[in-house]
Design a protein. Structure first.
Length: 656
């Protein structure tokens, strides 16, 4: 009992996982103790007590003990005792030492040491992508001012937020220590060779020169703001000018010496003034010359998140709203996905004031009015309530004996021109506000004026038809220019004020210049072009092609981009349109009584709107209210389409 007490005091208490007594035997040689099972349940312990002077004697002691552990679990890794003793058990019993590490079963004594070594867990080596993520998080936390958190993150992960030389450079720039910052450039010189820098140059010396110029420019401006004109002049003469770099900018900087006060300087230099804001912008510019392994690009995590959100928006088929470019307007916890209920797929209003087929409809440029033309010889101008999206009759313009097949708003929406069908030789120019007819133009009773387009200056327009007339006129109907022998189907004036696009009976669209009387071929189709419209930026044209449907053309590259499926297009004149936010959508009427809507990048329709009972001749998307769409039909009605009348919170957020 006395020996057992001394043993316990020297080595600590030892618990046995089984209730069977075992014999502990400590050999005389200084090796790890070996535990052997006793078939009778007894355990014999031999040990050698070593004295402080290195001399000792053998002593045998017999102990009976029972395991006090209640969990009965065996360890999953070899256990090393805090005092250096290694425990080994058989398959049925396990031993836990006093530091809480359980023993691992072993078949012999030879692998005891290797089991102990394997118990030491090695620190996981981070992959390159994991290190990049940690650095991105660290930079974002640093921008938020959580510097202690950044230090702990870098310490625990073993990563480095940026190169030490870059850190020193950053601090000197933000503190306005320009001489030290310039000295830091020499240390960073060797790090500018990386091709991963945002601004890549074949000569690193050029990069260093650009960075030095930016530093000295900030130094110069701060001296001027502080009223240190002599010091600023010294920087300009002795430091900036000898660089022989961007001499044009140096001339501009020299002019700032004449500024009478700081406000004048900041205004002329378009500079925020001395302080954190201007120095942060300077640092953002300087960072572009360093590879990201040395210094991360500014706000890199936010940039990646914005790109991800923007990509999700582009992939969302029903995204039709303008959102802020920042991240505060979206949730990063869910993927962006707009509901179909937010899209103009639901009938909000049916206009029945026309008493015959409605051939055309067009929203004004400011989105506050809608004009509709009908076979019943009238044009109705409707007022659009921008809050409720409801339309009310505003004016009825009468007297078009052949009916109204085409309408065009002037750029300022002050005037409206109405054209008739093939047999009509006249066009009407109306003052929308007063409802008065300003001009009724006709060059000859043999003419056919079926299409019209306004020049961007609002003082001229072009008109024509399939009998070979192609005129340019002023607001009083006076003929300014004409082009002979062009059988016009549809017209459009480009924003350059010179070029007029005209589709003709040769299944093509040509560009005509009335100033130098030149023309060129732009689009060639294999079937008749019944109508076409052009996007706001003048890059894309949307064609309704007989028996083929809707085609999208790139006018700059002169290539067919896409053919949209689903619509039924025979030889009726059907007018399609661009629309929605950023003109991301395309809508068209159809001879199967439907309105088809496509996303511009998708050939398959994303919506088929039903409700009309005869051919849908024309559709018009409100240019200001992207959730408002109008359609005109041979059934005598105009339908106004909008989002679902009731949207739940989830639909409004655009997440599902």
């Amino acid at each position: 009992a006395e020996g057992a007490g001394q043993f316990a005091a020297a080595t600590g208490s030892v618990g046995l996982s089984a209730a069977v007594p075992v014999l502990f035997t400590f050999p005389s040689s200084p090796v790890a103790p070996v535990i052997r099972s006793n078939p009778h349940g007894a355990a014999r312990i031999n040990r050698r007590n070593m004295q402080a002077n290195g001399a000792g004697q053998d002593r045998d002691s017999e102990l009976s003990c029972r395991n006090g552990a209640q969990n009965g679990e065996s360890s999953s890794a070899g256990g090393a005792h805090s005092n250096g003793l290694v425990s080994v058990t058989n398959n049925e019993n396990s031993i836990s030492n006093n530091n809480g590490v359980a023993a691992q079963p072993a078949s012999n004594n030879s692998n005891t040491t290797s089991d102990a070594n394997s118990s030491i867990k090695k620190k996981k080596r981070l992959s390159q992508s994991e290190e990049d993520v940690i650095r991105l998080i660290g930079q974002h936390l640093h921008d938020l001012g959580l510097n202690q958190t950044v230090d702990l993150l870098m310490q625990e992960s073993g990563c480095r937020l940026e190169h030490p030389s870059a850190t020193k450079f950053r601090n000197h720039v933000m503190e306005g220590e320009w001489d030290k910052a310039e000295s830091d450039l020499n240390e960073l010189k060797a790090l500018m060779h990386s091709p991963s820098a945002i601004v890549v140059s074949s000569r690193p010396v050029i990069l260093r020169l650009r960075m030095k110029f930016l530093l000295l420019q900030q130094k110069y401006l701060e001296y001027l703001e502080d009223g240190k004109v002599l010091e600023a002049l010294q920087v300009l003469r002795a430091e900036l000018t000898p660089l022989k770099y961007n001499t044009e900018r140096i001339h501009i900087l020299s002019g700032y010496l004449m500024c009478s006060h700081a406000e004048d300087l900041r205004a002329k230099a378009e500079w925020e003034g001395k302080g954190t804001v201007s120095r942060t912008k300077l640092l953002d510019k300087l960072q572009t010359y360093l590879p990201p392994s040395v210094m991360l690009p500014p706000r890199r995590l936010q940039t990646l998140l914005k790109q991800a959100v923007e990509l999700q928006r582009e992939r969302c088929l029903y995204h039709n709203t303008k959102l802020d470019s920042g991240l505060d307007s979206v949730s990063l916890l869910l993927d962006h996905a707009c509901s179909r209920k937010q899209f103009p797929c639901y009938t909000q209003q049916i206009l029945t004031e026309h008493c015959n087929e409605v051939w055309f409809c067009k929203f004004s440029n400011d989105g506050t009015k809608l004009a509709t033309g009908s076979k019943d010889t009238t044009v109705i101008v409707w007022h659009v309530d921008t809050e409720t999206h409801q339309l009310k009759l505003m004016k009825t313009l009468e007297g078009h004996a052949y009916g109204v097949s085409y309408l065009a708003w002037s750029p300022d929406d002050a005037y409206l021109i109405a054209c008739g069908p093939d047999d009509c030789s006249e066009l009407w120019l109306w003052n929308v506000q007063t409802g008065e007819l300003r001009t009724k133009m006709s060059q000859s009773h043999e003419d056919s004026l079926t299409s019209v387009a306004w020049n961007p200056d609002g003082k001229r327009f072009v008109t024509g038809g399939q009998r070979g007339q192609f005129y340019q006129c002023d607001l009083d109907g006076n003929l300014l220019d004409s082009w002979e022998g062009v059988r016009v189907q549809c017209l459009w004036c480009l924003s350059d004020g010179r070029t007029v696009l005209a589709s003709d009976t040769h299944q093509r669209i040509r560009g005509y210049n009335f100033e130098d009387l030149t023309d060129r071929n732009i689009v060639q189709e294999d079937h008749p072009i019944m109508s076409f419209t052009v996007s706001k930026n003048g890059r894309l044209a949307l064609l309704n092609v007989a028996t083929q449907g809707v085609h999208l053309w790139d006018l700059q590259d002169r290539v067919l981009v896409r053919k949209y499926q689903g619509v039924t297009q025979g030889f009726y004149t059907i007018h399609s349109c661009f629309g929605g936010h950023n003109e991301d959508f395309i809508a068209s009427g159809s001879e199967d009584h439907k309105v088809y809507i496509w996303h511009r990048r998708s050939e398959l329709p994303i919506a088929e709107l039903t409700g009309h009972t005869r051919t849908v001749n024309c559709v018009s998307w409100n240019p200001v209210l992207p959730g408002l769409l109008a359609s005109a039909s041979d059934d005598g009605t105009v339908r106004i389409w909008g989002p679902a009348p009731f949207l739940d919170v989830q639909d409004q957020c655009g997440n599902r």
